[in-house]
Unconditional design. Structure first.
Length: 73
């Protein structure tokens, strides 16, 4: 008889999916805020784009490690 896998829980999958979405939004907003702050402090709009991209990269890395740890990869 096949043993049940602990990763087959649908609530676990729903929690991981919602955590990924929340993490993406938080990292993007933090990067935008940091870029906006740098833009007002140092002048220029390029800082805003850099902060947003920094938030995107940090979100991708964070999501990768989250899936690696909790997703069973």
């Amino acid at each position: 008889m096949k043993q049940p896998n602990r990763n087959d829980n649908p609530w676990r999958a729903a929690a991981l999916t919602s955590a990924i979405g929340i993490d993406l939004v938080v990292c993007l907003m933090a990067g935008y805020w940091f870029g906006d702050w740098l833009s007002h402090t140092l002048g220029g709009q390029l800082w805003l784009l850099g902060g947003f991209l920094l938030g995107l990269v940090s979100a991708i890395m964070s999501i990768y490690f989250m899936i690696k740890q909790y997703g069973g990869l």
